[in-house]
Design a protein around this ligand. Structure first.
Ligand code: ADP
Length: 394
């Protein structure tokens, strides 16, 4: 049997692309690279995206059409091409992001999102480029906390790919699973569906260059956490808890999850939220509503730093609801406290201050990066020196 290109094209013209009413030849999906050598036929099919849901079925149908209309003995080789550049491999995702910090908690309602939002705002105020991804599928609260509930992120063609452009609020690039899911249905999003949506928000969004990428994770330990640690090289985790015993038990599980040898994400430190309450009329009193210093004790027991203790303050709650995170407010005591708190995870990442000598864990060389000394209130720069990485005042 002698094969001719027309025989192959006629067979392919019987394959329809679902939903368009057009066959794959009409739709321009057959690349102009058809080669015939004896009974061997090769050509490429062009798809819009590498994730085209019909990719496999169209390949199968094309092969079947050639066998049915041309001959069973024809050997078919089909390659695929996509118009959109493929998503970068895991590990090469977010090449412009220097540090990824996961903010986690064992339990819901302990103030994890509040801490994540204020951490992001305070770091942005210190001059860092900050991104924030709200992955809390069970209660995405960042759109409300940043007063962008009505925002609809759109996609733009950037570097050959359609990428979701994060919303900008208070100088922070932000995306939330809450922008894409009806809040009433969010809890129905489980397993693979939620994990895939999350991968898109990471790999198919235009995050660009960031000093800090903050992840507000769901409470507890879940598939979402595993997806995050498998998808991204997380620099470290901040665990938020109240001092209450039931919250501490879950915080401990969170620490263990990150420290598990398969996950191996360093714990940057713990935050004790709702540590005490001081009524305005009794400014010298501290009421330990959820118990005293439970998180502090946990940090000592598990040998992880305590990054801060944050009291229960009405304005933290009100400003969260208003969409103006407390750290924006330079005039409030708590606003300034968040500014003091924000550099703590950073300090723990980068080591000690050359001026006061405080700080922990001088770790691997971070040449060229900045850090902040809380007690000296100075920016520290790390430079290379003959003896390795050296910290200097900026
Ligand atoms: P999570 O993310 O752990 O579920 P949220 O950050 O949403 O918790 O906080 C739960 C509620 O507690 C919110 O209404 C928030 O405004 C409030 N809240 C959090 N931290 C404080 C605090 N230190 N003082 C007063 N209210 C707080």
């Amino acid at each position: 049997m002698t094969l001719y290109p027309k025989m192959i094209m006629d067979a392919l013209a019987t394959v329809r692309y679902p939903g368009t009413g057009k066959n794959i030849v009409e739709a321009g999906m057959v690349e102009d690279d058809l080669r015939i050598s004896g009974l061997h036929v090769s050509f490429s099919l062009i798809f819009d995206k590498p994730t085209d849901p019909f990719l496999k079925s169209i390949i199968k149908a094309s092969e079947a059409a050639i066998h049915a209309y041309v001959g069973k003995e024809v050997e078919v080789e089909i390659k695929t091409k996509t118009l959109q550049a493929p998503r970068p491999e895991v590990g090469k995702l977010l090449p412009g992001v220097k540090n990824i910090i996961a903010v986690s908690s064992g339990k819901g309602g302990v103030g994890k999102s509040t801490i994540a939002a204020n951490l992001a705002v305070a770091l942005a105020k210190l001059g860092y480029k900050v991104g924030l991804l709200d992955t809390d599928i069970f209660g995405p609260s960042m759109p409300k906390m940043f007063r962008v509930e009505d925002a609809h992120p759109y996609a733009e063609r950037i570097e050959g790919r359609d990428l979701i452009v994060p919303i900008e609020s208070y100088g922070i690039k932000m995306l939330s699973i809450g922008f894409f899911v009806n809040p009433d249905q969010a809890t129905l999003w489980r397993g693979a569906m939620a994990c895939n949506a999350l991968k898109q928000l990471i790999g198919d969004a235009y995050w660009g260059d960031l000093d800090y990428f903050i992840l507000d994770t769901p409470p507890g330990t879940s598939d979402i956490h595993l997806t995050l640690v498998q998808t991204l090289p997380i620099t470290g985790a901040v665990i938020v808890s109240t001092p209450q015993k039931v919250a501490l038990a879950d915080a401990r599980k969170g620490i263990n999850m990150y420290q598990n040898e398969k996950v191996n994400v360093p714990i940057l430190g713990l935050v004790e939220n709702m540590a005490w309450f001081t009524p305005a009329e009794l400014p010298d009193h501290k009421y330990y509503l959820f118990g005293k210093e439970g998180v502090k004790h946990l940090s000592e027991e598990m040998h992880v730093p305590l990054l801060g203790q944050i009291p229960i303050v009405q304005s933290i709650c009100e400003n969260g609801d208003k969409g103006t995170p407390e750290a924006l407010n330079d005039d409030s005591l708590m606003g300034r406290a968040f500014m003091d708190f924000a550099p703590m995870p950073v300090l723990h990442l980068y080591g000690f201050c050359p001026s006061c000598g405080r700080g922990n864990r001088p770790s691997e060389c971070r040449t060229g990066s900045n850090s902040y000394c809380r007690s000296e209130k100075i920016i520290i720069r790390f430079i290379s020196s003959p003896i390795g990485c050296k910290a200097v005042k900026d």
